[in-house]
Design a protein around this ligand. Sequence first.
Ligand SMILES: [Zn+2]
Length: 140
Amino acid sequence: MANTTALNFWTELLDSPGFVVHHDNDVPNQRHCFTVTPRHAVGICPHCGKPTEAVKQRRNRERIVDLPIGSRAVELTVRVDPVACGACACCFTPPIGFLADGAHASERLLRRAAELIQHADVANAARFFALPEKNLEDGC
Ligand SMILES: [Zn+2]
């Protein structure tokens, strides 16, 4: 599979339009690890409302647990690049919609966990998704 085709495949599989998804490993029976990078580091300044794409630094949020693929767990490293507004000089990090604030989990995993919790309890849902209970208590 050509590299560009593989990137598009993983981007579609993870339902992450607007992001470049790189599959970091392919070790049988281990978790799938991906690096997810915004296709365009651009944001609207929350202070002056002007668009900016001046990346101030590179940062990663690591060990973000996402929904499993098949029987294998999925772990993401997500690039979150703070940008500096050229108009008013403030710095901010453009929001990434699928990342849950303050949790090492994706929003869609937390939504699925919330559905599961309706039929079980937090401890069992946390064990099912291999997450600390605290993540689900805060995010659901
Ligand atoms: Zn600004």
